[in-house]
Design a protein around this ligand. Structure first.
Ligand SMILES: O=C1O[C@H](COP(=O)(O)O)[C@@H](O)[C@H](O)[C@H]1O
Length: 247
């Protein structure tokens, strides 16, 4: 797979989060200027929570019509509705519940008190994505956010896990090395169908994974290639082992 993109390094975690929030607002506003609506797939994780907080606090957040944004998720922990460990719960608490959104445009992955298995949740999500895509199957998000794990995972696609090779738009994940073991994730194919993907990394714990993903491209994170723009938005600690800022 040929890859191309850029790495943009920020001074520290807070600058990174504030910059990503500002970019996010501008990206959604640009898309809405062209099409009237926009779609974003959210991620979970610590730096994402800071980004959402900065979006909420941003003085320019009103340049986006939040009621015309579709919110999806790149992955979810298969836990009951409202569980604080769910990525949905985190995003709702951090910003969604405080913005003037259209509840019909919020598309969480099904929780474990709603369906019995992660596979069932994935099948429902794939069907919802297909309906939203007008039948083409794979979603083409205007913006997809990804965190990266110390092991190089993105969304809930972990190195060596069979979910990494799944087909279709979404997959049930079992035996995740990071708790909880059951999860739901977009497939790599669905991630790579997005127009714009930003991989956000903060902290020295991510430095080895960022370097390996960008230099060898074998880790799940290294296999991400958007249709339009792939950007790695990182802080200095996460970039500490990088030799090149282009790939
Ligand atoms: O479990 C997950 O972890 C990753 C990264 O989280 P972080 O706290 O180490 O930044 C996140 O991207 C993913 O969405 C989430 O489910």
């Amino acid at each position: 797979m040929s890859r191309s993109g850029a790495v943009i390094v920020h001074e520290g975690a807070e600058v990174l989060a504030e910059a990503v929030a500002s970019r996010l607002i501008n990206r959604l506003a640009d898309v809405q200027a062209q099409r009237g609506e926009a779609s974003i797939a959210l991620t979970g994780g610590r730096i994402a929570a800071r980004v959402y907080q900065y979006v909420l606090e941003s003085e320019i957040r009103s340049v986006v019509d939040w009621s015309k944004v579709d919110f999806w998720w790149g992955d979810e922990r298969f836990l009951p509705s409202g569980d604080p460990e769910r990525n949905e719960t985190q995003a709702r608490a951090a910003f969604l519940d405080k913005l003037l959104i259209d509840p019909e445009r919020v598309h969480p992955m099904a929780a474990s008190d709603v369906v019995d298995t992660p596979e069932e949740a994935a099948a429902l999500y794939a069907a919802e994505l297909e309906a939203a895509s007008g039948g083409s199957g794979l979603p083409a998000f205007d913006l997809l956010l990804l965190g990266i794990g110390e092991d190089g995972h993105v969304a809930s696609l972990f190195p060596g896990n069979p979910a990494l090779d799944a087909e279709g738009a979404a997959v049930g994940v079992r035996n995740s090395p990071k708790p909880p073991p059951e999860r739901v994730s977009l497939t790599l194919e669905a991630i790579n169908a997005a127009y714009t993907v930003w991989i956000i990394a903060s902290g020295e714990g991510k430095a080895a994974a960022v370097d390996e993903a960008l230099s060898e491209g074998e880790l799940p994170a290294g296999r991400v290639q958007a249709q339009g723009h792939t950007r790695w938005l990182v802080d200095k600690d996460a970039a500490a082992q990088l030799k090149h800022l282009e790939f």
